[in-house]
Design a protein around this ligand. Structure first.
Ligand code: GRF
Length: 216
């Protein structure tokens, strides 16, 4: 472990491809010191073990009551002494104690061009709405679902023959670029949330930094 690097705890419930991207692109920017899940058998935990990163799980089975589960998650996070917490496919709302474990320093990646399409099932809903573009947003986490101030946004045009599967694959490829980038900026102290908005290099962001799929 490198004591000098900002410490990051990642939380996820599923496949963990974004965790993998964060781990692979950590190089000198930050160190992932623990990975937690609400599912004891989540694939993201196996990925973390392969990187020799300590894991923990705080499950509804062990903590059926929401307040106790929130407190246990907050304790597990605090025990890892993180500078930043990165949600990577974590499928539960954070409670007040968990939010307070790293106040203003929790990030999420959401597969939509927020504020459009918060919530679940975004790919199907975007295609059903006949949208022309889609993407993903890295944003600060607040108590409201998917509504904290955005940092980086990946945008792509929707193809005529687009399917849920093809769109998800394209969006995930973009997430694997923008999430490590945003976390590196945060770890370097370039990005912060103040007064409910995002600041980058001392300037208030009125909209997220946009990365197009075609950008290299
Ligand atoms: C990502 O698409 C992210 O936008 C959403 O959950 C998904 C997690 O995928 N919040 P993975 O587990 O990182 O592969």
């Amino acid at each position: 472990m490198n004591a000098a690097l900002p410490r990051v705890v990642v939380l996820g419930s599923g496949a963990g491809s974004n965790f993998e991207a964060l781990a692979e692109q950590a190089g000198g920017h930050y160190e992932i010191v623990a990975v937690g899940s609400d599912k004891a058998d989540a694939p993201i935990l196996d990925r973390a073990r392969r990187h020799a990163i300590p894991v923990f799980s705080i499950t509804p089975f062990d903590y059926p009551e929401h307040t106790a589960r929130d407190a246990a998650l907050a304790r597990a996070i605090a025990g890892a002494r993180p500078d930043w917490v990165a949600l990577a496919g974590y499928m539960r709302l954070l409670g007040a104690e968990t939010l307070a474990a790293a106040p203003g320093r929790i990030l999420n990646v959401h597969p939509a061009l927020l504020p459009a399409f918060p919530g679940l099932d975004t790919y199907r809903r975007v295609l059903a709405a006949g949208a022309r573009e889609h993407g993903s947003t890295v944003h600060f986490v607040t108590a409201e679902l998917d509504s904290g101030p955005p940092i980086l946004q990946a945008r792509l045009g929707i193809a005529a023959n687009e399917t849920v599967e093809s769109l998800e694959a394209r969006v995930k490829t973009m997430e694997h670029r923008i999430y490590p980038q945003a976390l590196a900026w945060c770890a370097a102290g370039r990005v912060a949330m103040r007064d409910g908005v995002t600041w980058l290099d001392g300037k208030r962001l009125t909209k997220p930094i946009i990365v197009e799929e075609t950008d290299e």
